[in-house]
Design a protein around this ligand. Sequence first.
Ligand code: PRT
Ligand code: ZN
Length: 306
Amino acid sequence: MDYEKILPSYPLSANPQNSTIVERLKIAIQKSGRLHDDSMKLLKECGIEISNGVNKLKTEASNFPLEVYFLRDDDIPQYVEDGVADIGFVGENVVYEKNKKVEVVEQLGYGKCRLSIAVSRSEVYDGVSYLEGKRIATTYPVLVQKFMDEKGINAEIHEISGSVEIAPGIGLAHAICDFVSSGSTLFMNGLKEVETILSSQAVLIKNPNLSNDKQQLIDKLLFRIKAVKKSKNNKYILLNAPNDNLKEIISLLPGMKSPTVLPLAESGWSSVHSVLNENEFWDIIEKLTAAGAQGILVIPIEKMII
Ligand code: PRT
Ligand code: ZN
């Protein structure tokens, strides 16, 4: 690995005010590709200002002690293990495939996909035993081999670096193992998904041997990441409730502590404010309407700190 290109020219920065040494956290994110934009967006939502570095190898945050390295996703676990970067945003799949000494700290909620085995739509697939003695083309040989070992199947794993989905069509393999998100690539290539080996999403990884100062910076960043994630899973809800049904309506609403209730100008009515989780959202809305709630407004939450 060509570390010279990426090693920071100055890992520590001097604070001009009192010349105290301020440590900076070094984060590796994907240079370009499926995780780049969401990784940059997450940092922005955490209030961290960085210039977009598509044509750069390295940049810095202007308002957080953070240096950002833009790398190929496959290289991120290695750089974090070696301490060239302290932390990284990378697909869980890459972490498992590369099997480096890094710690997974937090799931980030984007880059969701599953590693699946697919065969031609015309094949009759009757379980994993179908794969015995077959040739499987993949970019992820370690994960596929692990799955085959767990299932006690002997298959020939054929590693290729791209365009895995065309392998059965050109007679290179009987099956493939690749990432699927919408499923349209499989569909367009006449394939069907038959086994899921792994579900994946982007995660925050860290080097396990960091100084206390670096760990404190990670905790600070993690606090913000959790607040952003929580806000995405929750909605702020405002509604008008007839006072006669107020008790029932309040009992349906969890709120952060309990719902806020304010009197409306029109007597006999109250305005009720609360926070609802995405998973139970529609269920509760239906019950609220049935209980007489009106004028329901649902508002996205930008940050949520509990
Ligand atoms: O250049 P670099 O090496 O950094 O990037 P890359 O080309 O290796 O990776 P990239 O950008 O394609 O993916 C980065 C990460 O995104 C992966 O490691 C996964 O963690 C995650 N991810 C999420 C996906 C997908 N969804 C995905 N759908 N990675 C790849 N795909 C591919 C899949 O391989 C297949 O070719 O998309 C196609 C299928 O997509 P659908 O929507 O048609 O099912
Ligand atoms: Zn890659």
